[in-house]
Each structure stands twice: as structure tokens, then as C-alpha cells.
Design a protein around this ligand. Sequence first.
Ligand SMILES: [Zn+2]
Length: 108
Amino acid sequence: MGAFEDRAAQNEVLFRSVNEQIEKLGRESDQQHVQFVCECSHGTCAEQIQLTLSEYEEVRSDGRWFAIVPGHLTEQIEHVVRATDRYLIVEKDTPAAVEITEDSDPRD
Ligand SMILES: [Zn+2]
């Protein structure tokens, strides 16, 4: 576990909390798809992904899962759980990344 992995996990946690706020706003509108931010570990990523609220809920059903833009996978710390045209669901692999992401799970 190095500083890189630590930072990568922290980034994903940060974007997850942003998406929790986006989801709240999405629930108040009638949109089919909601624009969430990519939860990848690249600190400079500002891309958006479109998910329905139920798709987003599936990602949040596991504290180790994150939704990212296809191609934004960081193989050192995660692997793909589900791939679609619009987004990937990735799961954390390294114990420290798992610890960081689970400790800060907003759904706990
Ligand atoms: Zn990204």
C-alpha cells in the first residue's frame, strides 16, 4: 500500500460524497438519467456519467463499489464488476483501499 493507492481511494471517496448530493437533487426532478461525476481515482477527472437512480442505487449497495467512465480503471487497486456502454462499476481490491472506502461509506 503506497501513497498513490491511498490518494486514489481518497479521491473516489470524495466523488462518492459529491454523487450522494447529486442523487438527492435527482430525486426531486423527473429526469430518467442523472448526471453523476466519475468516481475514478484520477484526481483531475471531471467527466460525467449518466445513470438512472436505480443504477446509482446498485452502485451504492456495496461500500467497495464505484461508478466510473469506461477507460478510467486503475488496475492496481480495483477490478470491473459490471461494464455498460455508459459506465463501469469497479470494486476495490487492496485491503487499505477497502478500509478507506468502507469506513467512509455514507450509507453505514
Ligand atoms: Zn474518471
